[in-house]
Design a protein around this ligand. Structure first.
Ligand code: BES
Ligand code: ZN
Ligand code: ZN
Length: 502
């Protein structure tokens, strides 16, 4: 099971080991420490090893704060006696540990091992006694693969001078299925990260469509891409209005996964695919444009999820819709006060060209609905207001159907992604009534409840169960974080795969 995301990522191979430590062929054995004591696996080591580790812990007052580590030489009986070193790895306090602790530990662990210069190590499955072997090895493997991600595609010289580092990590035998699933999911997350990190002059709507098609064809998904003419002729006037100002033409991307067995239901995934958002004539200030190559993170999450779903083959039909476009300024660009006719027939007065996402999504949602979805999940970097409300770590969840909302929220919880419900408050719909058209795209000068009014706008375009995830905060990280480097996070992939990939 060799996974290579791209040449710039750490390449991690996960393998099943026989008896932990004594019999593994790696030079480094990783042993957890929590609550100031060796883990259960550590306690089970033979006496020699255990003594060596305990005395070193005492001598150096090593308590095992989360992520702290200590490299200890192991007593050797002969030349072929297993690992020469142990890495004591801190898991923190016993109180409040969760599978997220294990996931974060996996990420930190591979970074630590690589920094120490090892290319091969074996690790116990942290907290397997507490959470079960399957769940714990899943979290550890997923964390390791996410933590090993890097982005240096456009650096002509690698600062470490080593190029792509290969790391072979041995995990306990018997966790094969969990590890295989973690590989599929983490690869999908890292694929989404790659798409978000790609610069906008490279990843235009045409290029996004090309990559989506390439991925779909390789994995046996159906794919259909419309060009600007087909988008216009289909009547997607709201979407086309946003796209018309750019020299890079839009592409409407549709992917379909059909299960081999009879499908339980058909779910549509819709992702916001603005490959760059300048704001248009309602221009964003320069600093606000800095992260706007990531305005296609919803699309990236949907494509990542489709990749994983194609591999996992769940018994549910999944259709993905991406209205890819670029929001630019030019003589052909749409302006404030323009009236656009959406695919639904509803007319929309543009009060702000920077509220472009909801215009592209309105037509994508109408189309997804008409194609016969039983329920829709839509992901978008939709509003700065949602970042104000929930910050960088938590996505806003809105729904017109509480049961569907709960199903998505529970999937997110199991997947370890943070989402929190915000109300789709009908009383605020008043703010979107226009004197000129059926709707306006923002409520004008007031900034009150900006995330909610955006969600209400989207909900006007379907009567099907709809979940809208506003991922403007968590889709992009300006600093390195526990599960990976600064840049695209791939947020949403894990939730969608947990929701649909079983
Ligand atoms: N893409 C932005 C939202 C965004 C902001 C994403 C910050 C990530 C970080 C979206 O198109 C936008 O500009 N929304 C406006 C809406 C407003 C004009 C009603 C916003 O949030 O300011
Ligand atoms: Zn915008
Ligand atoms: Zn946008």
């Amino acid at each position: 099971m060799v996974l290579c995301y791209s040449s710039h990522s750490m390449e991690i191979t996960l393998k099943s080991a026989r008896r932990f430590v004594e019999e593994i062929p790696a030079p480094l054995a990783v042993v957890g420490v929590w609550g100031g004591e060796l883990s259960e696996a550590g306690q089970k080591l033979d006496q020699n090893h255990r003594k060596a580790l305990s005395s070193m812990m005492q001598a150096l007052h090593f308590k095992g704060e989360f992520g702290e580590s200590l490299l200890v030489p192991l007593p050797q009986k002969g030349p072929k006696e297993g690992p020469a070193f142990a890495l004591l790895f801190g898991l923190g306090k016993k109180r409040g540990v969760s599978l997220e602790t294990v996931r974060k530990a996996g990420a930190k662990l591979v970074q630590t091992i690589a920094k120490l210069g090892f290319r091969e190590a074996a690790s116990e499955t942290f907290l397997a006694e507490k959470f079960g072997k399957e769940a714990a090895s899943y979290a550890l493997a997923e964390g390791a693969l996410l933590g090993g991600y890097g982005w240096a595609k456009y650096k002509t010289s690698n600062p470490s001078g080593k190029g792509s580092e290969k790391l072979r990590l041995w995990l306990a035998r018997g966790s094969g299925a969990a590890v295989a699933r973690a590989e599929v999911v983490a690869q999908a997350v890292n694929y989404a990260r790659d798409l978000v990190n790609e610069p906008p002059n490279i990843l235009t709507p045409v290029e996004l469509a090309r990559r989506a098609s390439e991925m779909a064809q390789a994995l046996g998904l159906e794919v259909e891409v419309w060009d600007e003419q087909q988008i216009k002729e289909a009547g997607m006037g709201a979407y086309y209005g946003v796209a018309q100002g750019s020299a890079n033409p839009p592409r409407f991307i549709q992917l379909t996964y059909k299960p081999q067995t009879a499908s339980r239901r058909t779910i549509a995934l819709v992702g916001k695919g603005l490959t760059f958002d300048t704001g248009g004539y309602s221009l964003k200030p320069s600093e606000s444009q800095i992260t706007m190559k990531g305005d296609m993170a919803g699309a990236a999450a949907v494509l990542g999820a489709m990749q994983a779903i194609a591999r996992l083959q769940p018994p549910v039909e999944v259709r993905a819709y991406i209205a890819a476009a670029e929001n630019m300024i030019s003589g052909a660009a749409y302006r404030v006060s323009d009236v656009l006719t959406s695919l639904s027939g509803k007319t929309i007065e543009v009060l702000n060209t920077d509220a472009e996402g909801r215009l592209t999504l309105a037509d994508a949602i109408t189309y997804a609905d008409r194609q016969g979805a039983d329920a829709i999940v839509e992901l978008s970097t939709l509003t700065g207001a949602c970042v104000v409300a929930l910050g960088e770590k938590v996505a806003g969840l809105f729904t017109n159907e509480p049961r569907w909302g709960r199903e998505v929220q529970e999937a997110a919880e199991r997947a370890g992604e943070k989402v929190w419900p915000l109300p789709l408050e009908e009383e605020y719909l008043e703010a979107l009534k226009s004197n000129t058209a059926d709707l306006k795209n923002t409520h004008g000068r007031s900034r009150a409840a900006g995330a909610i009014t955006a969600a209400l706008f989207l909900a006007e375009f379907t009567d099907k169960p709809l979940v809208h995830l506003d991922i403007a905060g968590p889709a992009y990280s300006e600093k390195n974080h526990d599960l990976g480097p600064a840049g695209g996070t791939g947020f949403g992939v894990r939730t969608l795969v947990e929701l649909l990939g079983h």
